[in-house]
Design a protein around this ligand. Structure first.
Ligand SMILES: [Zn+2]
Length: 301
């Protein structure tokens, strides 16, 4: 059912990346600038990252996998000990904004300022420029792709337009998209947080895992790409994290599942494109320069 499956390494039937976005309390300061310092309960919920991140890194070590963490740079500066834990585990740190700002709600100039500032922090704290980016809250703007291209990123992980990697192309160049989608995000399954204006009925780990694993089974049958968008303070809670361990065991028992960092998946995809063993679908961006003309002077509200 996938028309152009990627030839994954060693005959693997699916490429899997458990990616976590480490937003910690950046999102609370962004949402409630003045009140955040006195919102201690919600703050403590978000700062559970300090418990969950070492737990996740230990979990990955148990199953001998290396994965990718998308990290707002302000959170890295605020919690450098967590950055150390991740780097010591051999995992990738990729970009996720400076303070989780929303790129498509900023001017192009402001978007670029924060985009460059996040890169400088990652370079200083990890010794390497980031290779990948996920827009905070998926808020990829019509300028974002050119900033990625200009700054030498090899992949983006913000968009939802396919089941396999594809190419985002502009007149300035291109970047590989490693797509995911809302069903692979843990917020809709688990998050009840009135201060964040997000109130979903909380599911059991098995119920949430049914959704994630249905996606996995379909990707496994069709040679797709399976990328989670999870958060340590959400999926790293004890019962959910234990269930993630069972999930990794189930997946690894198949023997033909490729767990990899996002940068490894992007590098493999680029190699396949270069040697002609695979041709990606190409999306030319931006999709629209401005509001569609049919809306001009129209009273459709
Ligand atoms: Zn985020």
């Amino acid at each position: 059912m996938i028309s152009n499956p990627v030839p994954w390494p060693n005959g693997a039937k699916v490429a899997c990346a458990i990616t976590f976005d480490i937003d910690t309390d950046s999102i609370l300061h962004l949402e409630h600038r003045e009140r955040a310092p006195t919102m201690l309960s919600t703050m403590s919920w978000l700062k559970y990252d300090e418990v969950a991140i070492p737990r996740l890194v230990e979990l990955y070590a148990r199953y001998e996998i290396k994965q990718t963490f998308f990290y707002p740079a302000w959170c890295m500066e605020r919690y450098p000990h967590l950055v150390d834990v991740i780097l010591k585990g051999g995992h990738e740190i990729a970009a996720h904004g400076y303070l989780h700002e929303n790129p498509n709600k900023l001017s192009p100039e402001d978007e670029l300022y924060w985009f460059e500032r996040q890169i400088a922090v990652i370079e200083k704290m990890t010794g390497q420029r980031p290779r990948g980016w996920r827009a905070p809250l998926y808020n990829f703007s019509k300028y974002s792709v050119d900033y990625l291209i200009e700054q030498g990123f090899i992949y983006d992980a913000s968009l939802m337009g396919d089941d396999v990697p594809y190419i985002l192309k502009t007149k300035n160049g291109s970047v590989i998209e490693l797509p995911s989608q809302w069903a692979m995000d843990d917020w809709p399954h688990y998050t009840h947080a009135p201060d964040m204006h997000y109130m979903m009925p909380i599911k059991s780990p098995d119920e949430a895992m049914n959704v994630f694993m249905s996606e996995f089974e379909a990707m496994y049958r069709n040679n797709g790409l399976w990328v989670t968008v999870w958060h340590p303070f959400v999926s790293g809670r004890l019962a959910r994290c234990e269930r993630v361990g069972q999930m990794i065991e189930e997946m690894q028992s198949r023997g033909d599942v490729w767990f990899a960092k996002m940068e490894e998946i992007a590098t493999h995809v680029q190699t396949c494109i270069d040697d002609g063993s695979w041709s990606p679908r190409i999306d030319n961006l931006p999709y629209y320069d401005e509001p569609i003309p049919e809306l001009k002077d129209a009273n459709l509200a």
